[in-house]
Design a protein around this ligand. Sequence first.
Ligand code: NAP
Length: 274
Amino acid sequence: MAGVVGAPVSHSLSPLIHNSWLAGAGIDGVYVAFSPPKDRFGAFAEGLRGGAVRGLNVTVPFKEEALAIADEASPSARQAGAANLLIFEPGGVIWADNTDGAGLLAALKAQAPGFSAADGPVVIFGAGGAARGAVAALIGAGAPEVRLVNRTLARAQVLARSFNAPVKVFAEGDAAALADAGLIINATSLGLGGGPGPEAALQAAPPTAVVMDMVYRPLTTEFLRRAEALGMTTVDGLDMLLGQAAPSFEALFGAAPPAGDVRGLCLAALESGG
Ligand code: NAP
């Protein structure tokens, strides 16, 4: 047994993804959604120590706390300052990992196969947990520079200082951030549910820039539509979700996800409002 924990969690596609893979792989297991009260996450996770639940994917707002309660953590979780995966070892140890960065890189590989992080600066809108994970993954993948644009400048400055790498901070509306960009990512929650994305002068970026949105509800956000209108290659957030789920499934159930159209299943669920 494994699951996903978040608050709220009812919108999560993770049970659909993992239960479909469990069925496809013929594994006798189940993946469920947990939503403890926001101030009870620590007690909830502690209660699973060494227990019957093999592990948990962790989503908003518990990712930082998940890393804090773990006994051991992978380099990617430590670098991201957050965990999206906890494994409860039979001996009682809680092990933390972060597969969001791997998911981001998998999405780029799937939808922008010609893209290389080394090709130019990466611009990230946002400075929350998702942005932090993205900075770690892209620096690790060879990005020469990361530029952060965030509503709360101080939060971006704290994030930038925590990396021993060229991470620069730009104010919202400063088009200079986009000049010579190789990749532009929306890692804010703007656009979620169909509203406008971050204000970004995408036309100030080279037409060869790849534009990605971590938001996948809707799949084609206003931010991606603007990039498409400029002829840019776009990457949606659903492949990132699937890309973080695959290594999570392996860690939880000891097998690679079986072949099958799980993206199609997710698209159908998104279309029906599930
Ligand atoms: P978070 O830690 O709460 O950060 C939210 C970010 O959005 C902050 O930078 C915040 O700016 C900014 N923001 C929120 N409302 C804003 C507004 N009205 N105007 C300007 N900026 C605003 O959330 P997170 O965990 O980083 O997640 C960010 C997004 O990524 C969410 O939509 C989440 O669903 C998505 N995500 C997707 C995946 C995937 O697999 N596809 C994985 C992880 C996250 P301030 O600092 O100024 O508050």
